[in-house]
Design a protein around this ligand. Structure first.
Ligand SMILES: Cc1cc2nc3c(=O)[nH]c(=O)nc-3n(C[C@H](O)[C@H](O)[C@H](O)COP(=O)(O)OP(=O)(O)OC[C@H]3O[C@@H](n4cnc5c(N)ncnc54)[C@H](O)[C@@H]3O)c2cc1C
Length: 293
């Protein structure tokens, strides 16, 4: 199948893109890397009347570190994240995660802004954003607004962006020196969308978690910043403590069933990931299966 007929406009500036979006509203769609939009159009899951191509807007591309904040432009491609020394130093969780996003051909065109605006609940980058405490920067005709990552995702393929807004950048706090991270996903093949995944960021002090942010993906209609992580902060971690956190995680998950896994299997895999995550972050092999006890 091919996309239904549409008009095309190449935006010459952010202001020009916003004018086009304001004029056409829900009938227009922004085009960044096209790696999700074009397949969706070809399958006629979406049929915009106008494509607003922002891919040539250089001001939306790039990575900069300033005052403890890592700013990433929306058009920064997956491959740029993967190769960036700034990301490897200040947000290494993202470096690990983006290696699991699709395949090189898709990573060469797909962008961070496109991935976040697309809001696939099985995507790696949205979960990283909630784990890292990112802020999304959206721009519309009325100006700019800043949205916490935990408030940004509204459901399957849904965000709080209005059709007239552009996601222009993402800001991440620079990881503190004593921070650690964990990323793992279960997928049929490397590069496939995850069956279940976990992106976690922690601060470990005296063999305890001073902070722990658990960003699960493919466990519901949006990335989950699991509150159960709070049960593991500032306490000595034993198998019993981990098991309690694992049980309370069960209440937070709302996984869907599909060809890849039943909801029960996804719940099980999320608990396996929790145990592996805690064991890895604390370098405690005795906890590797603790949450499953
Ligand atoms: C075979 C295949 C496998 C894939 N596997 C994975 C995977 O394992 N994990 C994963 O996370 N992704 C995967 N993807 C998706 C890929 O990562 C896309 O690149 C990404 O989801 C979208 O980025 P894009 O720049 O191509 O966005 P586009 O396709 O251009 O746009 C996606 C959506 O976001 C909107 N949009 C784009 N940019 C903005 C913006 N700045 N502001 C507001 N709205 C915007 C568009 O209107 C559209 O609705 C896969 C894709 C394919 C084709």
């Amino acid at each position: 199948m091919k996309a239904s007929a549409f008009a095309y406009a190449r935006a010459t500036s952010i202001a020009n893109a916003l004018e086009l979006l304001a004029a056409h509203g829900e009938r227009a769609k922004v085009l960044s890397g096209g790696q999700s939009l074009m397949p969706a159009m070809n399958l006629r899951l979406v049929s915009p009347e106008l494509i607003v191509d922002i891919s040539e807007l250089a001001e939306l591309r790039g990575i900069a570190v300033k005052g403890g904040v890592l700013a990433v432009g929306a058009l920064t491609r997956h491959v740029d994240l993967l190769k960036s020394p700034e990301i490897a130093t200040h947000a290494p969780l993202l470096t690990d995660a983006v290696a699991h996003v699709a395949h090189p051909a898709i990573r060469n065109r797909g962008t961070i802004g496109g991935s976040l605006a697309h809001a696939d609940p099985a995507s790696e980058l949205p979960a990283c954003m909630v784990a890292l405490g990112a802020t999304m920067i959206a721009r519309g005709h009325a100006g700019e607004r800043r949205i916490a990552a935990s408030e940004f995702f509204a459901g399957i393929y849904e965000t709080v962006l209005s059709p007239q807004e552009l996601l222009v950048a993402v800001e991440l706090p620079v990881a503190p020196k004593n921070s650690r991270h964990f990323f793992h996903e279960f997928a049929r093949r490397h590069g496939d969308y995850a069956i279940v995944g976990l992106a976690a960021q922690a601060v470990v002090k005296d063999a305890r978690f001073a902070d722990l942010r658990l960003g699960f993906f493919a466990v519901g209609d949006r990335p989950l910043l699991a509150e159960s992580g709070g049960k593991l902060i500032d306490v000595a971690i034993t198998a019993a403590v981990l098991s309690e956190a694992s049980s309370s995680l069960d209440d937070e998950l709302d996984p869907l069933g599909d060809q890849q896994a039943t909801p029960a299997m996804r719940r099980h895999l999320a608990k396996v990931l929790l145990a592996r995550c805690v064991s890895s972050l604390l370098s405690r092999s005795d906890l590797r299966t603790g949450a499953l006890a």
